[in-house]
Write a protein that binds this ligand. Structure first.
Ligand SMILES: *Cc1c(COP(=O)(O)O)cnc(C)c1O
Length: 799
């Protein structure tokens, strides 16, 4: 009430929902801030090592329930608001999603921030405060439309602007050399352009408010906001041009999750946040500890993918040029401080930058890269490696057709003391593929850290019904120790317990049916099997494999409508990169199939298809607790880990999937009777591709697939434009790089096993319970414990 009156300046009679939301958030924030100050003092007093998690993306979503849950005041707040006639669950939906990320990589950073706070690891997350988060997706005539996401329009009650924490970040210019009396050279960079980075801090509360960390996001401001000389001379536009150019750095998030943008603005973004963050952490270190030589003892920096890898070079510049640390010593400090997490094996997704662009934008950094490379290659030669093919494969500079590019993956690899993959399979494949030669030289660097998810958001907040059953059954300890979930195993076949979980799922499905009604204009049957594929739209994730199966099933039902079919709702959600044509066509295909299937009376009550627009963290929180089946069907060897697979299994959905990413480890834990694994393995995929895969033969030998292709190609789902999918079918018949056709029959068969299992209700629910029981290991608390022990060398608090 006081917050409403004094901070929002409204009285209860005129207050809108948004005013109530802001007032509530500010009241909650006050509690968080107390813990924040306490955590800050504690870290300073104990002189504990700090972790700096650098990521170009933080897909955090809404924060109100995160804070309420971790402070343990959800019910208290619900009642306080109810007494004022306000519904907390409605307020929850007023908060915009902070969509400062594309997908899995950004969401991982958000889960890690929460787990580091929970485990009381003193940490800062460093990133960019994009004014426009990932685009909002609309669907028009079945096609994706992109709209800007202005998440800050109505203010952001969680952040604190810190105008006093500002750093200059330079670009361009020249490098001066001066020689000391001993002949030693000193290099000074004189940038032609400067941009200010201004800090915005958001507190991140850990579970039970044990510890509060900081997410520090940088906004770009012009150093000289208005060129007064130009302004006074009447050149208004010219006076503002520099400002616009500077501030464009933190305007938009690049909307592609698997391919680098390769544009100058992207490199400016990367250097901007890496430089500001390094200046900030070096300043903090010197202020508290003095000598910069001790940095690695007091700071661990984790690179989330190669996007911040230029930070390796920036730290070298700070140490050598600004603090006169000798080169070899500076390199030791740098390597000991950095860790690097790789997220992809797709060769086209590995970042490289043209040398000429680097030279123009970051001339001193390019010199340092050459020197790092020279020392690196000389070291190898000194150890007897003289094979030119090997040396060029591990060089920081890639040369092809006379063009030179800087390999950011190699830079991150050599600049870090540990390099990790994000699932057991992915880490092994890293050693054999992208980093094979580097691994042979530095065998101690690569290690595995299988991803995890925070259970606070993905179970307690998203699925309060299930959480209550778990606490009632296993006691409140289960909230602190996810391994306690194993206690569910003994209830797996218990009819009464199964009934409780069924009731929870049923309610969640009813709620999702309302979302369908509201967004798509039709409800879905909560008794049907909810079959869910929600993730970025990408050929390697193979939403089209699911769509082909949908058409095959549709054909089969029409041919024999009276059979004992399993009623299903196929649910899709996900965004396609704006420039990715095939992915956008897959969205259109999903909507075209949905229109035909949903209006066909023959399959009514048996099959429904729905594409829910604008997939984001909040929509995920609504869909996941209502899912029966989790689609994780990527081409084996291409999904580094996946985390959607973990969220769904935790909430009791059974997985249908390939042996890819963390599916392999989910399979090992839940047991093969409780998961549907199908398709080629990573090795088999590799072999098929090597031997020249022929899709046409495979299609011809599968009557089902031939029929599906014929119906899509002839325009059954696109009567308004019968040629719409001709090129698409052509591509799958000729190239089929992602082996959709190769896995189709196995996938169709696995889906029929799903039907059979579902029809034996008790067996299905037993499997569902065993999924929840056995995936406690996928908590991001476990992942962070491993990073803390093996990479960062920092203690964690036991929960
Ligand atoms: C978890 C999550 C992802 C990652 O999903 P995958 O299935 O692992 O690709 C992407 N986007 C959002 C909003 C998520 O919550």
């Amino acid at each position: 009430m006081a917050k409403l009156a004094y901070a929002v300046a409204k009285d209860p009679t005129s207050a809108q929902e948004r005013d109530w939301y802001i007032a509530t958030a500010l009241a909650v924030r006050d509690r968080v801030v107390d813990g924040w100050a306490e955590s800050y003092r504690h870290t300073n007093d104990t002189q504990n090592k700090r972790v700096y998690y650098m990521s170009l993306e933080f897909l955090i979503g809404r924060l109100l329930f995160d804070s309420l849950t971790n402070l343990g005041i959800v019910e208290e707040m619900r009642q306080a608001l109810a007494s004022l006639g306000v519904d907390l669950d409605r307020l929850r939906t007023v908060e915009p999603d902070a969509a400062l990320g594309n997908g899995g990589l950004g969401r991982l950073a958000a889960c890690f921030m929460e787990s580091m706070a929970t485990l009381a690891v003193p940490a800062y997350g460093y990133g960019i405060r994009y004014e426009n988060g990932l685009f909002r997706q609309g669907i028009k005539d079945g096609w994706q439309q992109e709209y800007p996401e202005n998440w800050l329009t109505n203010g952001n009650p969680w952040e604190f602007e810190r105008p006093e924490i500002t750093y200059d970040v330079g670009f361009g210019g020249t490098v001066d050399i001066t020689y000391g009396p001993d002949g030693a050279a000193t290099y000074r960079w004189h940038p032609a352009e400067r941009v200010s980075a201004v800090a915005y801090d958001t507190p991140v509360v850990g579970w039970r408010c044990r510890h509060v960390n900081t997410l520090r996001l940088w906004a770009a401001r012009a150093v000289d906001p208005l060129r007064l000389d130009a302004f006074n001379a009447g050149d208004y536009v010219g006076a503002l041009a520099d400002r616009v150019r500077a501030e464009s750095i933190s305007k938009v998030l690049y909307p592609s999750d698997a391919t680098p943008a390769g544009q100058e603005l992207r490199l400016r973004q990367e250097f901007f946040f890496a430089s500001a963050s390094l200046q900030d952490l070096v300043r903090r270190h010197i202020k508290q500890y003095g000598p910069v030589e001790m940095l690695a003892e007091k700071a661990a920096i984790q690179l989330n993918d190669t996007h911040p890898a230029i930070g390796v070079v920036e730290l070298m510049r700070i140490l050598v040029d600004l603090h006169d640390v000798p080169w070899a010593k500076a390199w030791d400090i740098t390597q000991a401080t950095f860790g690097y997490t790789n997220h992809t094996l797709l060769p086209e997704a590995l970042e490289t930058w043209p040398v000429h662009l680097m030279e123009r934008l970051l001339p001193r950094h390019m010199q340092i890269i050459y020197l790092i490379n020279a020392v690196h290659l000389d070291g190898l030669r000194a150890k007897g490696n003289s094979d030119p093919a090997l040396l060029s494969s591990v060089s920081l500079i890639e040369e092809s057709w006379g063009r030179q590019r800087v390999r950011m993956g190699t830079l991150a690899f050599v600049g870090a003391h540990r390099v990790n993959g994000v699932s057991a399979l992915h880490s092994e494949l890293m050693k054999e593929t992208v980093f094979r030669d580097l691994h042979a030289i530095f065998p101690e660097k690569i290690n595995n850290k299988t991803n995890g998810i925070t259970f606070r958001r993905w179970l307690y907040e998203a699925n309060p019904g299930l959480t209550k059953v778990l606490v009632d059954t296993l006691g409140p300890r289960v909230l602190d120790d996810p391994e306690e979930l194993l206690g569910l195993e003994k209830f797996a076949s218990d009819t009464e317990f199964q009934a409780k979980l069924k009731a929870v799922r049923r309610k969640n499905k009813e709620a999702l049916s309302k979302v369908f009604q509201h967004r798509l204009g039709f409800p879905v049957d909560p008794d049907a099997l909810f079959d869910v594929q929600i993730k970025r739209i990408h050929e390697y994730k193979r939403q089209h494999l699911n769509l082909l199966e949908t058409v095959a099933l549709y054909n089969a039902i029409r041919a024999d409508p009276g059979r004992n079919w399993t009623p299903r709702v196929k649910i899709f959600a996900g965004k396609a990169a704006a420039s990715y044509h095939t992915a956008k066509l897959i969205i259109k295909l999903a909507n075209d199939i949905a229109r035909v299937v949903n209006s066909d009376p023959t399959v009514r009550g048996i099959l429904k298809v729905g594409f829910l627009q604008n997939y984001n963290v909040s929509l995920a929180e609504q869909i996941i607790p209502a899912a029966d089946l989790s689609e994780q069907i990527s081409t084996a060897g291409l999904e580094a880990s996946g985390t959607g697979n973990m969220k769904l299994a935790l909430n009791g959905a059974l997985t249908i999937g390939t042996l890819d990413g963390a599916n392999v480890e989910i399979n090992e834990r839940v047991g093969e009777d409780n998961i549907f694994i199908f398709g080629l393995t990573a090795e088999e995929v590799e072999a098929r591709r090597r031997n020249g895969y022929n899709a046409r033969d495979v299609i011809a030998s599968s009557p089902k697939l031939s029929e599906v292709f014929a119906s899509i190609e002839s325009g059954v789902f696109s009567p308004d434009d019968t040629s719409r999918y001709r090129g698409f079918i052509e591509m799958l018949s000729n190239h089929d790089h992602f082996l959709v056709t190769a896995d189709f029959d196995a996938y169709y068969a696995a889906q029929r096993q799903v039907d059979a299992h579902w029809q034996n209700g008790a067996a299905w629910w037993r499997s569902s319970i065993l999924n929840t029981a056995r995936v406690g290991w996928f908590s991001s608390d476990r992942t962070i414990r491993e990073y803390a022990r093996d990479i960062w060398n920092v203690p964690v608090q036991t929960t």
